[in-house]
Design a protein around this ligand. Structure first.
Ligand code: NAP
Length: 269
């Protein structure tokens, strides 16, 4: 599908991957609807894009479901959409017992409930051929200590993408699942960055991830995991989870130390 002139709703456009992706998509000639919560900063961001006149902003709190369907109807009254990218995300790195109800609910709301509700509300307005891309994570396939709620939400997003893709087969709407590994954005707190450094976990720049999203959209790659050895562990975990249990058990004390240190500094987002 050609990105040039296609209308794309990008959620979480104000975030690290979102900003890089907005630039990459605008360079391809796409007309963007940039979603976020802060109108002033999003409008300033819009004005830095190629052809700012082609883009618009859409303000919605994805944690507020009561308004979402109505807001989508208002947005789509004048225009249809070719591509929806469910990119907004939230993460709180902590042991489950240290997460508040609010932190748990927020992650589930933004990472899985909102993409499902947004997709359902937008389906009548997505032109054929169209694309729905859900931004998952390696942690949508590998359960990792300190990320129980985030993993639950991203596993669910992967399941949603697969089932919806099969439901829409033959409808000319393609559902794609795209899973970055650790990426250098503020989604990761100082504690997560310190842990990744100690464990030697590699991370990607948001710009590189954005370029890979463009490739996945252009080629309509149904499922894409970024990074080595993450891609290998995704497969290994699916086939032999006990092997991955053993490998990750060796990291548990390091992860626990960083999660607890974050808690003490109130640094875990
Ligand atoms: N960074 C990583 O290491 C990594 C790895 C794998 C997958 N991912 C996934 O990649 C996607 C983008 O992540 P990122 O690293 O770019 O994160 P980020 O920099 O923290 O940006 C998160 C984006 O989500 C939006 N958002 C959060 N809560 C919201 C809410 N209640 N309502 C509306 N918007 C909300 C934020 O908007 P505001 O500006 O209004 O807060 C922001 O635009 C996420 O789905 C994430 O799970 C990230």
């Amino acid at each position: 599908m050609r990105l040039n002139n296609s209308r794309i709703l990008l959620t979480g456009a104000s975030g690290g991957i979102g900003q890089a992706l907005a630039h990459a998509l605008a360079k391809q000639g796409a007309c963007l609807i940039l979603h976020g919560r802060n109108e002033t900063s999003l409008t300033a961001q819009l004005n830095t894009l190629p052809h700012p006149e082609n883009h618009q902003v859409w303000i919605a709190d994805l944690g507020d479901f009561t308004q979402l369907t109505k807001q989508v109807e208002l947005l789509c009254q004048q225009q249809h959409i070719d591509i929806l990218i469910n990119n907004a995300g939230a993460n709180h790195f902590a042991w489950l017992e240290d997460q508040s109800e609010q932190q748990i609910i927020q992650q589930l709301a933004v990472n899985i409930q909102a993409p499902i509700l947004l997709t359902r509300a937008l389906l009548p307005y997505i032109d054929r051929p169209g694309i729905i891309m859900n931004i998952g994570s390696s942690f949508g396939s590998i359960g990792y200590a300190g990320y129980s709620v985030y993993c639950a939400s991203k596993f669910a997003l992967r399941g949603f993408s697969e089932a919806l893709g099969r439901e829409l087969a033959g409808s000319s709407i393609n559902v794609l699942y795209f899973a970055p590994r650790a990426t250098q954005t503020t989604l990761n707190s100082a504690a997560v960055n310190a842990m990744n450094a100690e464990l030697g976990t590699k991370s990607d720049s948001a710009e590189w991830v954005a370029d890979e999203v463009i490739v996945a959209l252009n080629k309509q790659i149904k499922r894409r995991w970024l990074g080595w050895p993450e891609r290998f562990f995704v497969k290994l975990n699916a086939l032999f989870p006990a092997v991955v249990d053993k490998a990750l058990a060796k990291q548990r004390h390091i992860i626990a130390r960083h999660a607890k240190a974050a808690l003490e500094k109130k640094d875990s987002r």
